[in-house]
Design a protein. Structure first.
Length: 378
């Protein structure tokens, strides 16, 4: 019998304090957020299997050791909840439907395992070239029921799954160690640049099919609905008309100082600011972060901190286009109460944060300027 933690009624959902989150480039498990729609199963790596079904030439059932026998790849990427920063949309714009995530529902980790494309090639994708643009690869976890469905599932376009450059991974390790249970161990999907909702944990089935996943969390959640969908009832007419959220947008967050803090200027009259920035989908890495202490009249370019890999575990092995950037800056902020600081990020492809973004019912993919307000500067 599978050991379970938490429950459908009270799943584990939590985020770390921001100063701890940005204390290291690679997020350690204790500083990583948790997002669940049901209980956490503790599965045995010795007995767990994942099946590959659907439009394939040969259905497969693979063990963890089978997956370990394939070429292993390491990807450093930021995995974030689609609802990261929902609190800001809720308080700056208007009420939304969903857990009140602040700015910490993100982790930047080194994930290791075989590429999904290698596993699919082992099974043989049986979809004609002219139809592949419409096909999906669905990921499923049938280990536990969830709040809104009997299982958890998601899917991504087949074209992305088959593209080695997209680096979709069947992760067996997190930061060089076996995946812990609360982060999907012994096996999860990792979809770099794509909303965390598609990185299915406790993976037990992969299906090649001609439509997206039928699961509730693909069809009736994690979508950017138009502003006219303002209530649960009004949203119903839009769920089947709007595509599922895939790529997450460029973003930045101010971690230090925290909101409503009392901040002392240095001898030059400047305030030290630290945070993280995220590229849009696969358009990274982040190339610039700018910070302002006078509501956009002047901007200071932040220093992007270099990836510090003291053990050189991953140096030269991975690229960082899906990773976050940690940054620091010193900006001039007028002394007094009620002061605010903004940040905006730009990635390699030129995607830049805007000050204001459009409201959506589920409060997903919020990426207005990073902001910390109600500061007392002394």
């Amino acid at each position: 019998m599978v050991q379970l933690e938490y429950s459908v009624d009270e799943p584990l959902n939590r985020e770390p304090e921001l100063d701890k989150l940005v204390s290291s480039f690679i997020t350690q498990p204790g500083h990583a957020y948790d997002r669940n729609h049901g209980p956490i199963p503790h599965l045995s790596a010795a007995t767990h299997r994942v099946g590959i079904y659907g439009l394939v030439q040969k259905e497969l059932t693979l063990s963890i050791s089978d997956l370990q026998s394939l070429p292993q790849h390491t990807v450093i990427c930021a995995l974030q909840c689609a609802g990261n920063r929902r609190h800001t949309m809720r308080t700056k714009l208007k009420e939304v439907s969903g857990i009140d995530w602040f700015d910490g529902a993100v982790m930047n980790c080194a994930w290791t395992g075989p590429l999904l494309v290698d596993v699919l090639e082992k099974a043989g994708v049986n979809v004609p070239e002219e139809k592949r643009k419409d096909a999906h690869v669905a990921f499923s976890c049938f280990q536990t029921p969830t709040q809104d469905d009997e299982w958890y599932g998601a899917s991504i376009p087949l074209s992305r799954a088959l593209d080695p450059e997209c680096a979709i991974l069947l992760a067996l390790e997190m930061n060089g160690k076996p995946l812990p249970a609360n982060h999907g161990g012994p096996l999860r999907v990792v979809t770099p640049g794509i909303a965390g909702a598609r990185s299915v944990k406790w993976l037990d089935r992969i299906t090649v099919q001609m439509q997206e996943s039928h699961n509730f969390y693909q069809r009736h959640d994690y979508k950017i609905l138009p502003p006219e969908a303002q209530t649960k009832e009004e949203a119903e007419e839009w769920w089947d008309k709007v595509e599922a959220l895939q790529d997450m947008p460029v973003n930045s967050v101010i971690a230090i100082p925290s909101a409503e803090a009392s901040v002392q200027v240095d001898e030059d009259g400047l305030v030290e600011v630290k945070g993280y920035a995220l590229p849009s989908g696969g358009d990274g890495p982040i190339v610039k972060v700018e910070v302002t202490g006078d509501e956009g009249k002047t901007w200071t370019e932040a220093t992007l901190l270099e990836y510090d890999d003291p053990k050189e575990t991953y140096k030269g092995v991975v690229e960082l286009k899906w990773a976050w950037a940690l940054w620091t800056a010193k900006v001039r902020v007028e002394k007094g109460k009620g002061r605010r600081i903004w940040s905006k990020a730009t990635d390699r492809s030129g995607n830049t944060q805007k000050k204001d973004v459009e409201w959506n019912f589920r409060g997903v993919a919020y990426n207005g300027y990073g902001e910390v307000d109600n500061l007392e500067v002394v």
